[in-house]
Design a protein around this ligand. Sequence first.
Ligand code: ZN
Length: 173
Amino acid sequence: MKRITAEGVNFLYFDRESLIDFHTLKLNAEVQGEYIIDEFAKFHMTQDNDFRLSAFRLPPSRWGGSTVYLLYYLYWVSHPQNLDLLDTKVSRGQHTDVDFEFAIKTTATNVICKQCHSIWSTLTFADADPYFDNLDLFSRKVMMAPWLTCPTCETPFRLQVVKIFNQCNMSWK
Ligand SMILES: [Zn+2]
């Protein structure tokens, strides 16, 4: 895990290895969203290489001066390079804004299709969460984020799903 700045935003970047060890890290701050770090995430981290864990600090003035981080999956809409190479660049302090140009903040969500009621494990665009250090960034990120449809019936999801991992075995029927 490393504190970095990219695109004018200061945040914590977790490389592939530090995601695996997340629960042993001592961030010395309140962290909200730890529930997203589960076996599921670890599994997909080994299968796919298009997202990383990140934590963005909330403005202290909104939380009585205390340090609070929110966790997200940073998902690359397109990525010209292997993210393992980015891990190396970050560890050496050699990353640039370009490396994060196509990265968007997302959360892990189980989404149900309103039409066919199938349930999917997804990453969804964090559409209520601005980038506090650079407020102009949000509008550019929302424009580049895809909005996927249900793989079964092609109905648009209510949430802005940007990545689908797999279908869940649970059912609402
Ligand atoms: Zn459907």
